[in-house]
Write a protein that binds this ligand. Structure first.
Ligand code: DGT
Ligand code: CA
Length: 375
């Protein structure tokens, strides 16, 4: 008698990420600027040129205008060119994003929105584990997004989220890249280490010091060497990720966010004075995270000023954190940035919120190995 053991289909994840998203949204409603440099700025409000670049389209990137540079620098790089400088309009971008996300959701009920313009879906079942089916599906999603919203995206397909994400980066702009399990090694091996998700410029510099500059070299480095250099968690993460191993299941956000607010004992503009109340809120948030087995990827600092006007600043981390206390230093940095660009605002109440929540249940997520020693 033969016993049939049901087998799981090959796991297939599709990553979808919009190209130069905010700038593409601006291009849509300012068609006369198509093909010309478009820069979306986060204005600090003091003068019309203070602030930083949120993103830019390719014609602007070709002149060196990148996310994060001062707007004044962007203006000088584009001096003399017919360019559009738009103020970030989040309500509009959220609306375009939600139309796009609704399309992507139709293709799988295992859907994870990773940011305003990026989502992952698990299509293992729907494609019956066939990468050719997944490629057809990826193209269909891309075409539907374009037909219905006029937004161009890139698509990456792989056996896990890590590879799907890196394939999507490799497909930019406007492409689709498929990486089958047997191609993972060759896809990764010649790429520089900083192309690996979670390797920042500091880590890349330390890796170069020990003679590792490509992902393939990282994969051939003994685990023990990496753990001695970077600690047990991060060393293990680099070892697994460099081989393209990522068993973290895609899980939908169980809850949207966890947050707390407090009124300060004294009004202040000193970020150091916020550490104590932030820590108290973080301890509370930690308890709730642990009780619900959740990790978070986004930290939001909320400030209510002496005119009771509310301001928020957020940052999304590269990897999920499970400990609310880790959010304190991020929130303090956000507070410093906020006070730096809002010279006359005084805090009366503050809040701390964590969001982009992911379930920690079942398999140990790959990113959990990064823990507090995140790069
Ligand atoms: P891409 O995906 O390389 O074609 O370009 P984007 O612009 O879509 O970049 P992405 O996917 O990293 O981020 C999505 C949006 O998030 C982007 O359109 C604007 C915003 N964003 C990205 N980086 C920054 C930043 O450093 N600061 C601010 N304020 N916003 C940012
Ligand atoms: Ca994008």
């Amino acid at each position: 008698m033969t016993i049939m053991i049901p087998t799981q289909p090959q796991r297939i994840i599709i990553a979808v990420d919009m190209d130069y998203f905010y700038a593409q949204c601006e291009e849509l409603r300012n068609p006369s600027y198509a093909g010309k440099p478009i820069v979306v700025g986060m204005y600090s409000g003091r003068t019309d040129i203070s602030g930083a670049v949120a993103t830019s389209n390719y014609p602007a990137r070709n002149h060196g205008v990148k996310s994060g540079i001062p707007l004044a620098r962007a203006r000088s790089l584009l001096n003399g060119l017919d360019s559009l400088f738009a103020k970030a309009d989040f309500d509009y971008y959220e609306k375009v994003s939600s139309d796009i996300m609704n399309i992507i959701k139709e293709y799988s009920n295992v859907f994870l929105q990773a940011s305003i313009d990026e989502a992952f879906i698990d299509v293992s079942r729907r494609t019956e584990g066939s990468f050719s089916n997944a490629e057809r599906l990826g193209n269909e999603i891309k075409q539907r997004i374009f037909r219905e919203t006029k937004i161009i995206c890139s698509v990456g397909i792989g056996p896990n989220r890590l590879i799907a994400k890196m394939a999507c980066d490799a497909a930019k702009p406007g492409g689709l890249k498929l990486v089958r399990p047997e191609e993972v090694q060759s896809f990764l091996s010649d790429k520089p280490v900083d192309a690996l998700y979670g390797v920042g410029s500091k880590t890349a510099a330390r890796l170069r010091e020990i003679g590792v500059s490509k992902i393939g070299e990282l994969a051939n480095t003994p685990l023990q060497t990496l753990q001695t250099e970077f600690g047990p968690k991060l060393g293990l993460y680099f070892s697994l990720a460099s081989k393209g191993i990522d068993d973290e299941p895609l899980v939908e956000h169980a809850r949207e966010q966890i947050g707390r607010m407090v009124t300060l004992k004294e009004n202040t503009r000193d970020p150091a004075a916020l550490v104590e109340p932030l820590t108290r809120m973080a301890e509370d948030i930690s308890r709730e995270l642990t009780a619900n087995n959740l990790a978070y990827k986004t930290v939001t600092f909320v400030l209510v000023d002496t005119d009771l006007k509310q301001h928020t600043r957020s940052r999304t981390l590269k990897v999920a954190e499970t400990d609310g206390i880790s959010a304190v230093s991020v929130a303090k940095a956000l507070a410093e940035e906020f006070f730096g660009s809002n010279g006359d605002v005084v805090a009366r109440r503050i809040g701390l919120t964590v969001s982009s929540l992911v379930n920690q249940g079942g398999q140990k997520p790959l990113t959990a190995y990064l823990g507090a020693d995140r790069p």
